[in-house]
Design a protein around this ligand. Sequence first.
Ligand code: SAH
Length: 488
Amino acid sequence: MLLTLTTTHRPATDLGHLLVKHPDRVQTFDLPAGAAHVFYPEADEARCTAALLVEVDPLKLGGGRKNRAPEGFALGQYVNDRPYAASSLLSSALSKVFRSALRGESRDRPELAATAIPLTVRVPVLRCRGGAELAVRIFAPLGWTVTATPIPLDETYPEWGDSRYVDLTLTGTLRLADALNHLYVLLPVLDDAKHYWVAPDEVDKLLRAGAGWLAGHPERALITRRYLAHRRALAGVAMARLTELRLADEPPADDSIDPAPGEAPVAGDVRRASLAVRRREAVLAALRDSGASRVLDLGCGGGALLTALVADRRFTEVVGVDVSDRSLGLAARRLRLDRLPERQRDRIRLWQSALTYRDDRLRGYDAAVLMEVVEHLDPPRLPALEDAVFGHARPGTVVVTTPNVEYNVRYEGLGPGRFRHADHRFEWTRAEFAAWVDQVAAAHGYTTVVGGVGDDDPEVGAPTQMAVLTRADRNENTSDDRKEATNR
Ligand code: SAH
């Protein structure tokens, strides 16, 4: 099974940095079902090709409890096309061998990892249920130019017709991570015969790898069904979550850490998937308790929290603020701003603003949220944010959430010293967060309550840290309202 990946981006040998595989070496990796080799058939300034060759050991593949032969065909586990056709094994190999590239991370070339570059992917022999036409339907909507040539059953006897295999070439200008995630999900989809048992955590894997492209894919139903090996209950769950995502195509939540395939699913996976939801609920509860009606969501991203705020009528004015135009566009779509009745529409504002500069529009609000935002700033810029938010905008209440870096050891697959998200500039321990909160509160006249969100681990605490800062000079009426709200 062979897959090659070519770029003509100059210098093309940067591909080696992105894949973290040196072009001058052949490297071999053990797989649960064989071995994967990475090498470069060509590597110069103008053009560089990395090849991933997967060798399958039929005994290893067939021997496992999970791969019993069909009844009455005991040899089926040894005599099959698995070793020869690109399939879901190639996909597992991809994610094992190119893990950081799949996540869009690159220590040496971070900007290039975030940039669309000219790419050609070739899989000379791909088992494709549904034929060449399906390969086009699946890859073309993602920006690929697809050439899928059916491979004849036997070249000497063309009248026998085509085999189930195609020779697939994809060309396009895409981020390498997107290309790899497409392949990771869609090769097994085309093959439609997963080699391992589909566990419930596959839904999470699918949604993580599909972040940003699957929810809006015209063939998402087929992709989901096949990826989850036709297990209807799981496909139903995945489709429901995709529908929720579709308006926002949001980037993966910050806590989306992908365990390496082949690793046992982590016990916490399911809980982890819902951490984003629990965080949102905790923030909403703090806002309700504060008695706020006019609320700022600072660094609102794709607008997941905004949607929940708008759904609650006690919030009479909801403002999403972000520096990113794209995020604001996603938030507007997610909120269906253009379709809302005027009365609803009037409660919502979306403003582009950088939180490191004073902005008069943000003054006079009851509460502000900084959910998973501070860790996206370079530490030297934090004082500017503190001044703009706590010094200038001065909302009555500020709810801040940020990862608890101590908890990262509980995420299998997150190497030591790694952050949960490629864009994080830092992640704080509980002591560091508490110290920051204390310092901000003292400097700007706020009182604080600090806690966690998610399951509290006895050693390392909860995965998310949260602080509620209340302006000390808030008038009595407001704090009475707050007590009432808390007792509800
Ligand atoms: N609050 C959202 C998004 C978190 S991601 C959620 O929890 O899902 C961080 C967001 O902060 C991104 O949308 C990013 O564009 C925004 N951001 C980062 N630095 C910013 C700055 N200096 N000013 C305004 N927004 C910023």
